[in-house]
Design a protein around this ligand. Structure first.
Ligand SMILES: Nc1ncnc2c1ncn2[C@@H]1O[C@H](COP(=O)(O)OP(=O)(O)O)[C@@H](O)[C@H]1O
Ligand code: SF4
Ligand SMILES: [Mg+2]
Length: 332
């Protein structure tokens, strides 16, 4: 049986740049550079790529958090709301604010930033929920927070302590519980497992999987760690220098990576039982304020051809679920 998939979030030619003035000269950092992405209902979509390739900026833009020096230069972002596609890029900030928590929620990188250090955890819950659900007393909101915390398998006393009293892993789980508290259709997570040790990481991954399964919602998850993607994502998009360069189901990305950059990312993963050093990607990523011509990977690519230096390849679609932008593949 072929399952119908509903696109819940998509972009068209999305360009989000930081416009900076450095020592009197204008700099344009092309952090999201012409990205077309389609994310489905009821899936975990992973976004991978080295540090500085624009992952966080893409998430912020998808969430509608576009504040100077970040500017939406071009393109559109659509949310699917009650069978309608809504162009979020044209929405007023008040309308966007109303979608927060209930329709789309964001788990920012570094859990500490979410909390008010002088409030107990329940105070942060009350502030978040109270600013979105009106007409509920503080006691009712505490009760809702308590229910959510227990449902998600966290100890109920976490509500009665201050953020600094929690371990890093517990704080991250509380952040996720907060983002899930109003059953949003879309949850966006920025490196939620980074900086945690492997055992704690596993708990966080399982928690995200359980939430997605229960709510049948969509999770968009950024991490540079391909091992985490292997454990959690249904599909993966690989980003390089502000662009999406390959996308496929997790199985395909690992079994048949086609872009030379994706191949490097996968080959650099430690293999079970193999203690030798793995190949990391040679060289370093380009400055997004001064991109190379053509394919941005060409200065690092072992397969570079003349055309690679001149023109960025379009996507070649291998099948419905696998596309890649590289001159080596198909008639790209
Ligand atoms: N607030 C900002 N002001 C200016 N440049 C920024 C800002 N945030 C990020 N950048 C730049 O945008 C590029 C992409 O960054 P980011 O989206 O954080 O990448 P990633 O999450 O993949 O590490 C980088 O070159 C980074 O230096
Ligand atoms: S387009 Fe060319 S430079 Fe870019 S990844 Fe493919 S072969 Fe390498
Ligand atoms: Mg980041």
């Amino acid at each position: 049986m072929i399952e119908e998939k509903t696109v819940i979030l998509r972009t068209e030619h999305l360009k989000a740049f930081y416009l900076l003035e450095v020592h009197g000269t204008q700099k344009t950092v092309k952090a999201v550079n012409d990205v077309d992405i389609q994310i489905y209902e009821n899936e975990i979509y992973g976004i991978a790529g080295e540090s500085g390739c624009g992952k966080t900026t893409l998430l912020k833009t998808l969430f509608g958090e576009i504040v100077p020096p970040l500017r939406l230069i071009d393109g559109k972002i659509f949310y699917r709301i009650d069978d309608d596609e809504v162009d979020v890029s044209r929405m007023k900030s008040e309308a966007k604010r109303k979608l927060r928590m209930e329709y789309i929620s964001y788990i920012p990188q570094g859990s500490m930033s979410v909390f008010n250090p002088v409030l107990k955890i329940k105070g942060t819950f009350a502030d978040f929920i109270g600013s979105h659900v009106h007409g509920q007393s503080r006691a009712e909101i505490f009760e809702l927070a308590r229910e959510r915390i227990l449902e998600l398998g966290l100890p109920k006393n976490v509500l009665d302590v201050y953020p600094h009293q929690l371990s890093g892993g517990m704080r991250q789980r509380v952040t996720i519980a907060l983002a899930a508290s109003l059953n949003p259709r879309i949850m966006i997570g920025d490196e939620p497992t980074t900086a945690l040790d492997v055992v704690v990481q596993r708990g966080v991954i399982q928690m995200l999987k359980d939430i997605q399964k229960n709510l049948k919602n969509t999770i968009v998850l950024v991490t540079h760690d391909m091992g985490v993607h292997a454990n959690i994502a249904d599909r993966i998009g690989i980003m390089y220098a502000g662009k999406l360069i390959e996308e496929a189901t997790t199985e395909k990305i690992f079994a048949q990576p086609l872009h030379p950059y994706t191949q490097f990312l996968i080959n650099s993963l430690p293999k079970f039982g193999d203690k030798s050093m793995r190949d990391s990607v040679p060289g370093s990523p380009p400055s997004l304020a001064d991109l190379p011509t053509g394919c941005p990977f060409h200065p690092r690519c072992p397969h570079v051809k003349d055309i690679c230096r001149q023109e960025m390849p379009n996507f070649h679609h291998l099948d419905e679920n696998h596309k890649v932008a590289c001159w080596l593949v198909g008639e790209a």
